[in-house]
Design a protein around this ligand. Structure first.
Ligand SMILES: [Mg+2]
Length: 116
């Protein structure tokens, strides 16, 4: 992760793109890349979006969009001085508290909609 972070810094520096890489702009770019991923999957049935139902060409496109998403995420975290691994680990713990196995097992309801 650190290695990629420094490669992205270098990539932006070489192109003088750091001036464009505000957290706001990077977040918008991240959202666009998520849109590109959605575009590849949106009209497929849930079953047909599984790995064994996708062609190698489709999987190649998906891999590229996932890489774009990952790279923007790392870049945003870098610009905001966020340690992604640290916050992800904290968030998993927080989610575990929000969604205890006893209540959430086999249930896809959001924590604040359990009573509906
Ligand atoms: Mg893309």
């Amino acid at each position: 992760m650190e290695k990629i972070k420094f490669k992205l810094r270098e990539f932006a520096k070489e192109r003088d793109w750091d001036q464009f890489h505000s957290p706001k702009n990077l977040s918008m770019a991240l959202s666009s890349e998520v849109g590109e991923l959605l575009d590849l999957l949106q009209w497929k049935s849930e079953k047909n979006s599984e790995v064994d139902k996708l062609s190698e060409k489709e999987l190649d496109h998906i891999r590229e969009e996932l890489a774009d998403i990952f790279l923007y995420l790392i870049r945003i975290a870098d610009k905001l001085d966020v340690n992604l691994i640290e916050v992800a680990e904290k968030k998993i713990i927080k989610n575990g508290i929000k969604y205890p196995v006893k209540i959430s097992k086999g249930n896809s309801k959001k924590y604040n909609r359990r009573d509906e």
